[in-house]
Ligand binder design. Structure first.
Ligand SMILES: [Zn+2]
Length: 69
């Protein structure tokens, strides 16, 4: 049983590492247009860095994340 638990821990750790790598990659990307709706992202917002969505779509995503979807 211990071996199985350890294997699952390892699997989870490597999965978390992959997710973290993916997220840090996304942070560096800044788009001039929203990846969801294609609307232009205001230059002021682009300066924040790592912006890939317009304000409306970002709010939608954040709302969904808060709900755990
Ligand atoms: Zn959008």
């Amino acid at each position: 049983m211990d071996d199985l638990d350890r294997a699952q821990d390892l699997e989870m750790a490597s999965r978390n590492a992959a997710i973290t790598a993916q997220q840090s990659k996304q942070v560096k990307v800044t788009l001039s247009h929203c990846q969801d709706c294609g609307n232009g992202i205001p230059p002021k917002r682009q300066k924040i860095g790592g912006v890939i969505r317009c304000i409306e779509c970002q709010q939608l995503i954040e709302m969904k994340q808060k709900r755990g979807l």
